[in-house]
Design a protein around this ligand. Structure first.
Ligand SMILES: NC(=O)c1ccc[n+]([C@@H]2O[C@H](COP(=O)([O-])OP(=O)(O)OC[C@H]3O[C@@H](n4cnc5c(N)ncnc54)[C@H](O)[C@@H]3O)[C@@H](O)[C@H]2O)c1
Ligand SMILES: O=P(O)(O)OC[C@H](O)CO
Length: 336
């Protein structure tokens, strides 16, 4: 029988585990907290992140890392991005020589500026040829409820991308393959910055023209950085780029978008963080993106202003005014 492990039991990790288990795959979901794992295993539900969705019998929850990692065809790594490395170190002693590794996290490590696949290859070097990354417009409450969804899985190895795709595909989740690992990872990570900003335009009641403009200039900005980092420009008009932006910037289900709306309402970042268990990757990728922008000499005016709002208390109205008053530009300047 095929067996899969899922490392990280937040909303997305639980959703992916549910999908696999519903296909009859023996799925082990790992939580880093024993009490949480026990609670989910006995209640047959993740009440914190996906209330109301019952676990099938083929899904087992554990806090014992070896149980989640040993003898698995595929391991899905889906912790918050800043926690990925420490969890890979727990995985390493138990990992088999054939296991496929899929990163489903959307972020860049702030300290090293490495993408998740790079962190994985660094910590698990013997598995470096079996890594894939999953991204796309994938709001977990919709995916878990089997609403039609598409995603993209990228790997340097076509065989690995296809094998992971085949394990993850369901009647409700259509997955495209790609060889643009850099673009798929950076698209999924960087869109979180734009999702926070889009939430802010909504919270400030600036209307749909402002939101449309913000998202469009946002794509230009994140594509500019991605291309400088080696991504294929076309990936930013694909599922990991514009696709994910449309979903997250439009949906009240997006945690990053909600964060933007709360900041616009005047709440302080620390208070928002203290009020939730969910990760809003946009906060961390904002820092990482600005460091990457410096490395690649790329201009990121929207990200710069968002960073000032998040970390220096800049008033969002003032930030928007400052963006509006920038020097006029040609629309395509700095993109292609
Ligand atoms: N939720 C979604 O719809 C969705 C969709 C696609 C991708 N993602 C990405 O998946 C990743 C995980 O997000 P999520 O939504 O599943 O999580 P979540 O925000 O729902 O919950 C956070 C999870 O992180 C866990 N956690 C906290 N500290 C940890 C540690 N030190 N080690 C291991 N786990 C720890 C918590 O226990 C919790 O399970 C993020 O990068 C996110 O961007 C999320
Ligand atoms: O809820 P968010 O903002 O973390 O977004 C979740 C996914 O990345 C959407 O594709």
């Amino acid at each position: 029988m095929v067996a899969v492990g899922v490392i990280g039991s937040g909303a997305w990790g639980t959703t992916l585990a549910l999908l696999l288990a519903r296909k009859g795959i023996a799925t082990t979901l790992w939580d880093h907290q024993a009490a949480r794992a026990q609670e989910m295993q006995s209640q047959r539900e993740n009440k914190m992140f996906l209330p109301g969705i019952t676990f099938p019998e083929t899904l087992c929850v554990t806090a014992e890392i070896g149980e989640a990692v040993r003898e698995k065809e595929m391991l899905i790594l889906v912790t918050p991005s800043q926690r990925m490395r420490e969890n890979l170190r727990l995985v390493a002693p138990h990992l088999g020589s054939e296991t496929l590794l899929v990163s489903a996290s959307k972020g860049v490590e702030i300290e090293s500026l490495k993408r998740m696949s790079e962190v994985i290859a660094e910590e698990l070097p013997e598995s470096a040829g079996r890594i894939a990354v999953l991204s796309g417009p994938n709001l977990s409450p919709e995916v878990a409820r089997e609403k039609p969804t598409a995603a993209v899985i990228a790997s340097q190895s076509t065989e690995v991308a296809i094998a992971c795709r085949d394990l993850l595909t369901t009647r409700h989740l259509r997955i495209y393959t790609s060889d643009d690992v850099v673009g798929v990872e950076l698209g999924g990570a960087l869109k979180n910055i734009i999702a926070i900003g889009a939430g802010m335009t909504e919270g400030l009641e600036y209307g749909d023209n402002a939101k449309g403009a913000f998202i469009t200039r946002g794509v230009a900005e994140i594509a500019r950085l991605g291309i400088a980092a080696g991504a294929n420009p076309m990936t930013f008009v694909g599922l990991a780029g514009i696709g994910d932006l449309i979903a997250t910037c439009a949906s009240p289900l997006s945690r990053n978008q909600r964060l933007g709306r709360r900041l616009a309402a005047g709440e302080k970042l620390d208070d928002i963080l203290a009020s939730t268990h969910s990760v809003a990757e946009g906060i961390y990728i904002t820092r990482a993106a600005l460091k990457l922008a410096e490395r690649f000499h790329v201009e990121m005016p929207l990200t710069t202003k968002l960073s000032q709002i998040l970390f220096q208390g800049l008033d969002p109205h003032k930030a928007v005014l400052e963006l509006m008053m920038r020097d006029p530009k040609n629309e395509r300047e700095g993109i292609m």
